[in-house]
Design a protein around this ligand. Structure first.
Ligand SMILES: [Zn+2]
Length: 67
């Protein structure tokens, strides 16, 4: 049975383990890919909010300033 260190608690656990028996992390070997996937969505939302905010708030101000 191949063993690999859990990315969270660094305890050697079975590669086939669906849940880390030490820290209880569900699906520990997909932890990093899942994290980067969530990070990408968070950044997309943050950038979208900044773009929408600048269009809604700053564009009328810019038009007003040019008058
Ligand atoms: Zn663990």
């Amino acid at each position: 049975m191949p063993l690999q260190a859990c990315p969270l608690c660094e305890k050697e656990i079975s590669k086939r383990a669906n849940t880390c028996p030490n820290c209880g992390e569900p699906d520990p070997f997909r932890y990093y890919s899942r994290k980067s996937w969530i990070e990408r969505i968070v950044w997309t939302i943050v950038i979208a909010v900044i773009v929408i905010y600048s269009w809604v708030e700053l564009l009328p101000m810019a038009i007003e300033a040019l008058r």
